[in-house]
Design a binder for this molecule. Structure first.
Ligand code: NDP
Length: 249
């Protein structure tokens, strides 16, 4: 089988790092775009190419796509994973905060979709890492929820637009995964954890998760690999929960 190429934004840590590892292990050429290298090359050697990229910048996505095509001759999969969460009540949201959060989570995924879909051939696959927060609102989370509802809308609309060219576009919607980014965000007094991430997570699991645990980055990555595979060839425009049964009421 011919080796495939994947671009992963934010593939240097957190959920993105789990995705990077899974795609390396599945034999893909992996290209990671993020602002910091975080020891990727010492860990994975030439199995991964790191490109310095700020996802808020459209040109950065074009560079990632160009590198993929120049290095490997093709772009099969593009994963818009880069993003962050920060809880704030609406009266504390100013233009800088709004632009940074929407610029990273929504505009970042948008430019990634644009660059990837322009370079992809029949069989191409775009995966957006969205969130359960893209399906339901929660207090002090208006900007983040708006960004992730936007990502789900982008996913559905683009699936319709590029489907006739044989390109599939799907989103994964994880619930809380205790990455460094999430734990930092939960330390905020405005977050539902009110400064006690561990206590909040335990209670959240007991009250909300059907499986009485939270998903892992590896489980998100496994769903990503499935979506990128031929087994998912009929799936497009889907926003799939990876949430251990939190979403159903
Ligand atoms: P982390 O905070 O652990 O990592 C964030 C990643 O995004 C890093 O790789 C970071 O790299 C990258 N990133 C952030 N801003 C930019 C930028 N401007 N340009 C390029 N890269 C950027 O986050 P998680 O792993 O927790 O989250 C990853 C994704 O999953 C996000 O989209 C998040 O919204 C989503 N998600 C996370 C959940 C969770 O509970 N953890 C739940 C649901 C969804 P660098 O700083 O080097 O640029």
């Amino acid at each position: 089988m011919q080796r495939k190429t994947v671009v992963i934004t934010g593939g240097n840590r957190g959920i993105g790092l789990s995705i990077t590892e899974a795609f390396i292990n599945a034999g893909y050429f992996v290209i990671v775009g993020a602002r910091h290298e975080m020891g990727l090359s010492s860990r994975f050697g030439d199995q991964v190419s790191f490109i310095s990229a700020d996802v808020r910048d459209e040109a950065a996505h074009r560079r990632l796509v160009d590198v993929a095509v120049k290095k490997t001759g093709t772009l099969n999969v593009y994963i818009n994973n880069a993003g962050f969460s920060e809880w704030r009540p609406i009266e504390k949201i100013d233009e800088k905060f709004f632009d940074d959060l929407i610029g990273t989570n929504l505009k970042g995924a948008f430019w990634g979709c644009k660059a990837a879909s322009s370079a992809m051939q029949d069989g191409g696959c775009i995966i957006n890492i969205s969130s359960i927060a893209g399906k339901r609102g929660s207090a002090n989370n208006s900007a983040y929820c708006a960004s992730k509802f936007g990502v789900n809308g982008l996913t559905q609309a683009l699936a319709k637009e590029v489907g006739p060219r044989g390109i599939r576009v799907n989103a994964l919607c994880p619930v809380l995964i205790p990455t460094d980014g999430l734990i930092d965000a939960l330390k905020s007094p405005f977050s539902p954890a009110k400064g006690d991430p561990e206590g909040f997570i335990s209670k959240f699991i007991a009250d909300n998760a059907a499986l009485k645990r939270l998903p892992t980055g590896e489980e998100v990555a496994a769903m990503g690999l499935f979506l990128a595979s031929e087994s998912a060839s009929a799936m497009t425009g889907q926003c799939i929960n990876v949430d251990c049964g939190v979403f159903p009421q």
